[in-house]
Design a protein around this ligand. Structure first.
Ligand SMILES: Nc1ncnc2c1ncn2[C@@H]1O[C@H](COP(=O)(O)OP(=O)(O)OP(=O)(O)O)[C@@H](O)[C@H]1O
Ligand SMILES: [Mg+2]
Length: 874
């Protein structure tokens, strides 16, 4: 039930009760007082009526006394004086006495004189039968008992009319007897009497005889009157009041009842006044109620409702800017003011709190966003290593979804097993030392089983008591970095190696050039001496020894040139299978018998461009190394096939570009190569072999040659199991050329037949030996020490010049330029370049991959002659 309703109900009830109580009380108090006024009034009237009767009785008794103690009366009764009646009892005199009955009775009870009197007609009339009967019936009352006689008054009920009666013994005026009888005066209690008495008391009444049939109400009253001598009042329903006044007869018995009925004017007035008053009270009560309601509504309930409404809205919309009604200065307004103050405080607090919350939420969101978008993994783990939170970068790093990591994985599950223990130890050590950040490099295993290197920076998050709660870590995938570093290291290593090779190459180039120039005459003259000396000659072996040494020096110089990729290549289109096949015999001689040689050569192998001899060098070096690695025997296999690389192979030596390659794979079941050796494998002079057994130039050479052929080498090795070298050489679409017969040194090399050879050489010793050797072999020779000199000679020479044999690099004019100039003079001139210089230097002089037109120093005279002959024949 609403307070408003309750309050109004209670106030209403209270007012009603109050008004009812008040009215009831008033009703009873007022009406009862009115009642008693009316009763008093009634009693008064009754008293007055009684008084009238009493006075009337008293009056007639006085009259009777006067008349009875009058001597005339005395004598009238004694003597029977007839004039007495005429004189004293005339109508007028009786009318003056105002009586209705006059009886002179003698002592014997005989009526001497008796008359009735009609008060209206004012005439005597005979006593009625009823009166006479009653007098006779009450004869005893009139008997004289003593001298004084009798004297009384009272009501005598006659059959006709009640009679107010007074009797007195007739004596002398001196009150002397004997009594001669009784004088009786009577007054009718008839209607006239009633009317007259009514007038006196200003109230109508009716007189009812008790010995006759009475009205019902009088009869009822009579019952009460038996117990009361005083009048009885009865209220009737119709606002009437009846007073029943009993009158006793001369015997003391109730004989008459006067019924005085009055309209209850006072009561009615009183009641009307009360009702008006009650109505007034009710109206006032109503007005007061309304006033209370109004005041209560305005001052209390309205405000409480306002409070409720505002509180409700605040609760619903959480709007703390709303304010309750605080108008007025009463207690509720004060409460309203206090509530508003509280709301303001709350609003401020809320604003502050909201601001704090918003900024906290924003910060949280911002941090989450930052964490989520961070390019490095950010992760929190429980102390038991279960993942707590993971960001996208971390998930991407490991290839797991966040759900997979958070629901079933631990740090241990993604840590590379071999790293777990050490990482754990490291972590615990740092935790013990209470270090802020724990830095750890370890490996993780991705969902796809790929391994990644990570740098993990961890911190232990502690609560306020310092107890560890969880671990926060940033995880950076450094695989790329490590790979890059490795590549960098490798590149640096390669650069170092290539710089080393470069310097070795330059050194080798210069050295080889000079050495070659020295070797040309040494080999030339040795050949000459050997040719001139018989085998039985003790010097023959010495010359042979010189030749061998010179040959070894030559091969050493070639090795240097090869490893520095500075050789002049004689590039042709080759079938690698052919090279291997024709190399078989040499291999068989080279490789020990405890080593089994296998060949798996692809029949559909592509062609390649290269220098036959150099490729042979590669095969040989690899074979020798394999042999050396298989000291206890094993299998050496040669395999060839085509391989297409679709992307760059950076770990090849040198790195391989995408493309189609001819692959030569040489595999042994030897010792394998240690990690340490692997990093120095292609370095010049790197060897693990005993002093004198290896120079450490073999693989450098292979590298140099392969490099010069724009190929690459890949190595697989496992210690104790063996090694595989894969030589990649670019495939060619060209058809294979007929492999030129290797310049075979035979004694039958055709001698010259007077062909004119112009030799241009700035190195005199070379010029001399070449010149004399050619001359010795039947050629005509023109010598020149420079290009300019040669041009002069050709200009002057009348004879034919068949071939120009010229050094390539000369101080003023190089061989190429010389040939160009001379060709203008002698268009059919053929040329054979010779040079001890390296490939790179020669290529600067437009000497590319020379074939028949080029001969490298040092050369044997047979090879020179063969080349010259081939040119002349071609
Ligand atoms: N097939 C192989 N098996 C095992 N180790 C090898 C193999 N090939 C090369 N090596 C190692 O590489 C080193 C360098 O080889 P490289 O051919 O350059 O020089 P070398 O053989 O020692 O001397 P050289 O070839 O000049 O006579 C060798 O000393 C050897 O330790
Ligand atoms: Mg070797």
């Amino acid at each position: 039930m609403k307070l408003r309703f309750k309050t109004l109900l209670y106030i209403g009830i209270a007012l009603c009760v109050l008004i009812t109580a008040f009215c009831t009380l008033s009703f009873y108090v007022i009406l009862s007082s009115f009642n008693s006024i009316e009763e008093n009034q009634a009693f008064k009237n009754a008293g007055r009526l009684t008084e009238i009767v009493r006075k009337e009785l008293s009056r007639i008794e006085t009259l009777a006394n006067d008349w009875a103690l009058w001597d005339d009366s005395y004598s009238f009764v004694g003597n029977g004086n007839p004039s007495f009646v005429d004189t004293n009892l005339q109508d007028q005199m009786i009318a003056n006495l105002n009586i209705n009955v006059l009886i002179f009775m003698d002592t014997a009870g005989k009526i001497i004189y008796g008359t009735a009197f009609d008060s209206v007609k004012k005439t005597k009339e005979p006593l009625s039968e009823g009166i006479l009967e009653s007098i006779a019936a009450n004869k005893g009352l009139f008997e004289q008992k003593d001298e004084k006689g009798i004297q009384f008054n009272g009501i005598l009920m006659t059959n006709d009319v009640p009679l107010l009666l007074a009797a007195r013994s007739i004596l002398t005026s001196k009150l002397e007897g004997p009594s001669r009888g009784v004088l009786i005066f009577g007054v009718y209690m008839d209607n006239a009497f009633v009317e007259n008495a009514g007038k006196q008391i200003r109230r109508d009444f009716k007189l009812e005889r008790a010995d006759r049939e009475m009205s019902l109400e009088t009869a009822e009253a009579l019952v009460s009157l038996k117990h009361h001598t005083t009048p009885v009042i009865k209220m009737s329903k119709n606002d009437m009041l009846s007073v029943f006044i009993p009158f006793a007869d001369i015997h003391g018995k109730t004989c008459l009842i006067a019924n005085m009925t009055m309209v209850r004017e006072i009561y009615k007035e009183g009641r009307t006044a009360f009702l008006t008053f009650a109505g007034g009270i009710l109206v006032t009560g109503g007005v007061i109620y309304l006033l209370i309601v109004f005041i209560l509504e305005r001052a209390v309930l309205g405000k409480i409702r306002n409070f409720t409404e505002i509180f409700g809205r605040i609760r619903q919309v959480s709007d703390l800017t709303l304010r309750v009604d605080e108008k007025g200065g009463d207690e509720i307004s004060m409460l309203g003011k206090e509530i508003n103050k509280m709301l303001s405080a709350l609003e401020q607090a809320k604003t502050t709190q909201q601001y704090t919350e918003i900024s906290m939420v924003n910060n949280e969101k911002r941090y989450q966003l930052i964490i989520e978008q961070a390019p490095i993994g950010i992760v929190t783990c429980h102390l038991d290593e279960r993942f707590r939170t993971v960001n996208k970068a971390f998930c991407d790093m490991l290839g797991y979804s966040a759900e997979e990591l958070l629901q079933g994985k631990e740090l241990k599950d993604v840590t590379f097993p071999q790293d777990y223990e050490s990482a754990q130890k490291h972590f615990e050590e740092h935790l013990e030392k209470n270090l802020q950040t724990i830095r750890l490099e370890k490996r993780f295993v991705r969902k796809d089983a790929r391994m990644i290197n990570v740098l993990m920076l961890s911190q232990v998050y502690r609560d306020l008591l310092g107890d560890p709660q969880y671990i926060i870590a940033t995880v950076q995938d450094i695989t790329e970095q490590i790979e890059k570093q490795k590549r960098q290291d490798k590149l640096e290593e390669e650069l170092r190696q290539s710089q080393q090779l470069e310097s070795i190459g330059r050194l080798a180039g210069g050295f080889a050039h000079d050495l070659n120039n020295f070797l040309v005459p040494i080999l030339g003259y040795t050949d000459m001496l050997i040719a001139e000396t018989s085998k039985n000659d003790p010097l023959y072996n010495g010359f042979m020894e010189i030749k061998n040494s010179a040959e070894r020096a030559k091969s050493l110089s070639q090795k240097f040139l090869a490893l520095s990729s500075r050789q002049m290549l004689e590039v042709t289109t080759l079938d690698i299978n052919d090279i291997i096949k024709s190399f078989k015999s040499i291999l068989n001689r080279l490789i020990r018998e405890d080593i089994k040689i296998e060949y798996r050569l692809s029949p559909d192998i592509s062609m390649m461009k290269g220098d036959y001899t150099q490729i042979e060098q590669v095969i040989m070096n690899l074979a020798v190394n394999a042999k050396d690695a298989m000291l206890k025997g094993g299998v050496l296999s040669f395999e060839t096939y085509d391989e297409t690389l679709f992307k760059e192979v950076p770990d090849a030596h040198p790195p391989l570009k995408p493309g189609k390659y001819v692959v030569l794979k040489v595999t042994d079941t030897g010792t394998g190569i240690s990690k340490a050796a692997m990093s120095h494998l292609f370095e010049a002079f790197y060897t693990t072999k005993e002093r004198g057994k290896g120079t450490g130039l073999g693989l450098s050479m292979v590298h140099g040659i392969v490099f010069q052929h724009k190929g690459g080498i890949r190595v697989w090795t496992e210690e104790g199991k063996g090694t595989s070298f894969k030589i990649y050489l670019p495939a060619s679409e060209d058809r294979p050329e007929q492999i030129k017969e290797k310049t075979v040194l035979t004694d039958e090399t055709r001698r010259g037949n007077g062909e004119v050879v112009l030799i241009v050489e700035d190195e005199p010793s070379v010029l001399r030996i070449v010149s004399s050797e050619l001359k010795r072999n039947g050629y005509d020779v023109i010598e020149a020490e420079s290009g300019q000199a040669a041009i002069e000679l050709v200009k002057d020479a009348q004879s034919r010049i068949d071939i120009l044999l010229t050094d390539v690099i000369m101080p003023e004019m190089d061989g190429k330029e010389l040939y160009k100039r001379l060709s203008e003079i002698r268009p059919d001139l053929k040329v054979l370049y010779m040079s001890g210089h390296t490939y790179d230097i020669l290529s600067q002089h437009d000497i590319q991959a020379p074939d028949a037109q080029f001969i490298s120093k040092p050369f044997s005279m047979e090879v020179l002659r063969t080349k010259i002959n081939n040119l002349l024949d071609g």
